[in-house]
Design a protein. Structure first.
Length: 212
């Protein structure tokens, strides 16, 4: 006994169910959402926060701005101005004889005030500080004279080098090769009756002048 089967009908009955592409896509999307929710749920319950960071925005300042990592250039200190340089000691030299200075340095008048007379020994002499405020006259062959006294007067013959270290002295010489002021010498008035000495200035407010 033979049985005839309807093959076509059988095939239709056993064909795999058709799959709609849109329906498949929706299922995939839903599955992704479900998986994400399952992943985030434990974190949220544990009090954790989840943030999504854009790699581009988290770049270091060095990457975003190459200049950000460079150290600041040191401030350049301005060079001292010429006016800030150390000024030379105050001094005044005149080529013309001031009448008041001439009167102050008049040898005849000053000789009347002399109370001490000294003589150069072996070409040298020192007017010491023990003669402060006194008027002294030196005689003899004077190669080197050093004046330490202050606030007095010194009358000199022709000399080689005169070094002045006192303050406020009035000094008159016939002539000199060199007149040198120490840095401690201030407010001295010095005159010479002939010649043109070489002068080394130091100290403050020292006045030098020819008397003829």
């Amino acid at each position: 006994m033979f049985r005839i089967c309807d093959i076509a009908a059988t095939v239709r009955r056993h064909r795999p169910p058709s799959v709609n592409p849109m329906e498949h896509t929706s299922r995939v999307g839903i599955r992704s959402v479900v998986l994400a929710a399952a992943f985030l749920a434990p974190l949220l319950l544990a009090g954790c926060s989840v943030a999504v960071t854009d790699p581009a925005s988290s770049a270091s300042p060095m990457a975003s701005d190459p200049r950000g990592w460079m150290p600041d250039a040191p401030d350049a200190s301005p060079a001292p101005a010429a006016s800030e340089a150390s000024a030379a000691p105050d001094a005044e030299s005149s080529t013309e004889v001031d009448p008041d200075v001439r009167a102050q340095l008049d040898r005849t008048r000053l000789r009347e005030l002399v109370t001490q007379n000294l003589t150069c020994v072996d070409g040298s002499a020192t007017v010491g500080r023990d003669l402060d405020g006194m008027y002294v006259e030196l005689t003899g062959d004077c190669t080197t004279v050093t004046i330490l006294a202050s606030a007095g007067g010194v009358l000199l013959p022709e000399v080689g080098t005169v070094t002045i270290k006192g303050d406020g002295a009035t000094v008159v010489m016939t002539s000199a090769t060199r007149i040198a002021f120490d840095k401690s010498a201030d407010i001295n008035v010095v005159g010479w009756e002939s010649g043109t000495p070489d002068i080394a200035y130091a100290g403050t407010a020292n006045i030098t002048t020819p008397l003829s």
